[in-house]
Design a binder for this molecule. Structure first.
Ligand SMILES: [Zn+2]
Length: 252
C-alpha cells in the first residue's frame, strides 16, 4: 500500500520536476505560469496533466495542437514514482523523505546535464539545504557526511587536476564537484567511492560505445552527472539489500 501511494505522489513530484527541467535552463520561473504546451502555449488543464496516464491517453501528443510530447515527461514521472515508492516502502519515515527528495533532484540534475552539459546551481543549493536539515534532524550523521564530502570532492578534484596536467583538458566540470559534495554528504565515504568508481566505469563504457558507432572525437563532451546520479541511486538501493557486502568492504 505504501508503495502505491508514494508511487503516485512521486509521479506528481516528477511532473513538477519536468517543469523544473524545462524551465530552469531557460531562466523561467518554475511556479508561474501554469503548465502549458511548449508548442502551442495553451495551458494544460489539471485533468490533462495526470502523470504518465495523460501521456498514454493522448498517445504522446498535445491534446490541442497534436504536437508530439517529449518522452522525457512520462519517463521522469515513472522513475520518480518508482523511486519514491521504493524509498517509503523500504526506509524509515524521516530517511525516506531525505532520500526521495534527493532522488528527484538527482534525476533533474542528470537530465539537465545530459541535455545542455550544465548542472544548475539552484538544484545544488536545494540539495545542500536538504542535506543540512537531514544532519540537523539526525537523519544523516555529520561525521559520515564530512568524510563523504572529502571522498566526493577530493577524489574527482584530484582526477580533474591530473587530467589537466597530462592532457591540458578539463575532464569534468566544477558542477561535477558540487554534485560530488551532495552525493558524498548523503552516501558517506564508502558508498561515495563505490559510486565514483562505478560512474567512471559506466562513463568509459558508454564513451567507447559512442566512439565505436560515431567515430573517435576527443572533444566530444561527456556529461558526467547522469552517470554519477545513476550510480549513486543504484548503489544506495543495493546497499539496503546487501549490508553484508558493504560490511565486508568496510572491514577490508
Ligand atoms: Zn500544443
Amino acid at each position: 500500500m505504501d508503495f502505491v501511494i508514494f508511487f503516485i505522489i512521486g509521479a506528481f513530484i516528477g511532473s513538477f520536476f519536468n517543469v523544473v527541467i524545462y524551465r530552469l535552463p531557460r531562466d523561467e520561473s518554475v511556479i508561474k505560469p501554469r503548465s502549458h504546451c511548449p508548442n502551442c502555449k495553451k495551458p494544460i488543464p489539471f485533468y490533462r496533466n495526470v502523470p504518465i496516464i495523460s501521456f498514454i491517453i493522448q498517445l504522446g501528443r498535445c491534446a490541442n495542437c497534436k504536437q508530439r510530447i517529449s518522452i522525457q515527461y512520462p519517463t521522469v514521472e515513472l522513475i520518480n514514482g518508482l523511486l519514491w515508492g521504493w524509498a517509503f516502502k523500504n526506509l524509515l519515515f524521516p530517511e525516506a523523505i531525505t532520500v526521495s527528495l534527493l532522488f528527484s533532484i538527482l534525476i533533474a540534475i542528470a537530465w539537465i546535464d545530459y541535455r545542455i552539459y550544465m548542472i544548475p546551481l539552484d538544484l545544488i543549493i536545494v540539495g545542500v539545504i536538504i542535506i543540512s536539515f537531514s544532519i540537523i534532524f539526525g537523519v544523516l550523521s555529520l561525521h559520515q557526511a564530512l568524510l563523504g564530502i572529502v571522498a566526493g570532492v577530493f577524489f574527482p578534484g584530484a582526477m580533474m587536476g591530473l587530467t589537466w596536467i597530462f592532457t591540458r583538458r578539463q575532464g569534468m566540470g566544477f558542477g561535477d564537484l558540487q554534485l560530488g559534495f551532495i552525493l558524498g554528504a548523503w552516501l558517506g565515504p564508502i558508498l561515495m567511492i563505490l559510486t565514483l568508481f562505478f560512474a567512471s566505469l559506466l562513463g568509459l563504457i558508454v564513451w567507447i560505445l559512442i566512439s565505436m558507432f560515431q567515430g573517435m572525437d576527443r572533444n566530444r563532451p561527456l556529461p558526467f552527472a547522469p552517470y554519477l546520479a545513476f550510480s549513486a541511486i543504484s548503489i544506495f538501493i543495493l546497499s539496503n539489500y546487501s549490508t553484508t557486502l558493504i560490511d565486508r568492504l568496510i572491514m577490508v
